[in-house]
Design a protein around this ligand. Structure first.
Ligand SMILES: Cc1ncc(COP(=O)(O)O)c(C=O)c1O
Length: 364
C-alpha cells in the first residue's frame, strides 16, 4: 500500500482551535471560552437562516438538489448574472480544490502572494503542482510582482481581497488594471471571502468583468463569514459559463447539503442581520485601532478591511498559549512566517473588551 509520494509530505492546514477541544484539554466550560480565531461572525446566523434550517430538517431523508436551483436563481437575480455563472461548494475551500482538479498538475503552477491564505498553496501541493509565491508589499499583495511571476505553465493566479490573514484591501481600480494584465492562459481567481466588510469605496466590483463575459476571471465568495454559516459549509463561485461548467463536472453530485442551501437562501433575505454584522464589525475594528496603541507600550497592527485584525504582540505562539489559559482563543501567525503576530477576529463589544483586557494583562 503506497500513497502517492507527494501526499506523504503534504503540509496540513492548522485551523483555529475548536472551543470543544480547548474546553476538554484545559477543563473549561464551553460557554466560558471566547473564540476569536477563525473569523466567524460572533452574532451567529440570521434567525431567518435558522428557521429555514429547522424547516429543512424534516426533509433530511432526501438527497439535495445538487444544482442548488432555488439558491442559484435567487443569487443570480441579486448579482445580476445568469444562473450559469454560479457554482456552489462545501465552503469556498472546496471550490479552491475544484480549481486544482481542473487546472493543476505537475506540469502547471499557480501564482499566489506571500502572507495570503494558506489553502491555495496546500491545494497546489495536493495536486503535486507548484505554487509560485510572490513577495508581499505593505502586508498586502504586490500585484505587479504577481504578474511578473507568471510563466507559460501558470494556470491560476489567486488574489485574496480583503486578504486573510493581514486584512489589507486593494484599491478597486488597481484590481481592474491587474485583470487587464493577466494573460488569457491564466485564470484570475479573486477570493472574496470578506467581500461584504470593506466600506463601499474600497469594495471592488469585479462582477462587472464576469457580466461582460470575460472568461479568465473567477470570484469566490462564502456564507461562512458575514452570513454566520461557517458550520454549514457553503460557498460559491461566480464566473464564465465555461469555468462554471468545469466546476460542475468535477464536483460530486451532492456536494452541498440541502440544509445549507436552504439556510443560505434565507440568509440572503436578511438585510438587517447583514447590516448589524457589518456595523458591529466596523465598531469593533475602530475599538481595536483606538486601543491597541494604548497598551503594552503601544501595539502595532495592520489596518484591516475584514472581520479580524493582525496585531504585533511579539512571540505570537506564546501569547496565543497564554491567552488560551485565560479562555481566549486567538490565532498564532508563525505558520504565515509572522511569528511576532497574532490574528484576532472582531467579536461583539463585550468580547472585544475582554480580549483587549486580557491582552493588556498578558503583555504587561
Ligand atoms: C480568504 C479565505 N478564503 C476561503 C476561506 C474558506 O471559507 P469557507 O468556509 O467558505 O470554506 C477562508 C476561511 O477562513 C478565508 O479566510
Amino acid at each position: 500500500m503506497t500513497p502517492n509520494p507527494w501526499i506523504e509530505n503534504l503540509p496540513v492546514y492548522e485551523p483555529g482551535r475548536p472551543i470543544e477541544e480547548v474546553a476538554r484539554e484545559l477543563g473549561f466550560n464551553l460557554d466560558e471560552i471566547i473564540k476569536v480565531a477563525s473569523n466567524e461572525n460572533e452574532l451567529g446566523p440570521s434567525p431567518k437562516a435558522v428557521a429555514a434550517m429547522t424547516a429543512a430538517a424534516r426533509e433530511m431523508h432526501r438527497y439535495p438538489d445538487g444544482g442548488c436551483f432555488y439558491l442559484k436563481t435567487k443569487l443570480a437575480a441579486r448579482l445580476g448574472t445568469g444562473a450559469g455563472n454560479l457554482a456552489f461548494g462545501a465552503g469556498s475551500n472546496e471550490l479552491i480544490e475544484f480549481l486544482g482538479h481542473i487546472f493543476l498538475s505537475p506540469q502547471t503552477n499557480m501564482v499566489v502572494s506571500d502572507g495570503s491564505f494558506a489553502v491555495y498553496r496546500l491545494v497546489a501541493a495536493l495536486f503535486n503542482s507548484r505554487a509560485i509565491v510572490a513577495p508581499m508589499k505593505n502586508f498586502g499583495h504586490d500585484l505587479d510582482a504577481m504578474i511578473a511571476a507568471i510563466t507559460p505553465e501558470t494556470r491560476l493566479i489567486v488574489v485574496c481581497n480583503p486578504n486573510n490573514p493581514t486584512g489589507t484591501a486593494l484599491a478597486p481600480d488597481a484590481l481592474d488594471r491587474f485583470i487587464e494584465k493577466v494573460p488569457p492562459h491564466v485564470l484570475a481567481v479573486f477570493d472574496e471571502a470578506y467581500f461584504e466588510y470593506p466600506p463601499d469605496a474600497m469594495r471592488a466590483d469585479l462582477l462587472k468583468h464576469v457580466r461582460a463575459g470575460r472568461e479568465n476571471v473567477l470570484l469566490l465568495r462564502t456564507f461562512s463569514k458575514i452570513y454566520g454559516l461557517a458550520g454549514l459549509r457553503i460557498g460559491y463561485a461566480i464566473g464564465h459559463e465555461r469555468i462554471i461548467a468545469a466546476l460542475n463536472r468535477v464536483r460530486q453530485p451532492f456536494n452541498v447539503g440541502a440544509m445549507s442551501a436552504a439556510a443560505a437562501a434565507a440568509a440572503l433575505d436578511d438585510d438587517a442581520h447583514l447590516a448589524d454584522s457589518s456595523r458591529v464589525n466596523f465598531a469593533g475594528l475602530r475599538f481595536f485601532e483606538k486601543n491597541l496603541p494604548q497598551i503594552a507600550g503601544g501595539l502595532e497592527y495592520v489596518p484591516s478591511f475584514a472581520n479580524f485584525i493582525l496585531v504585533k504582540t511579539g512571540r505570537g505562539r506564546e501569547v496565543f498559549n497564554t491567552l488560551q489559559k485565560r479562555k481566549i482563543i486567538v490565532r498564532p501567525m508563525d505558520g504565515y512566517k509572522l511569528p511576532d503576530w497574532i490574528r484576532i477576529t472582531i467579536g461583539t463589544e463585550a468580547q472585544n473588551t475582554a480580549v483587549l483586557a486580557a491582552l493588556r494583562e498578558v503583555l504587561a
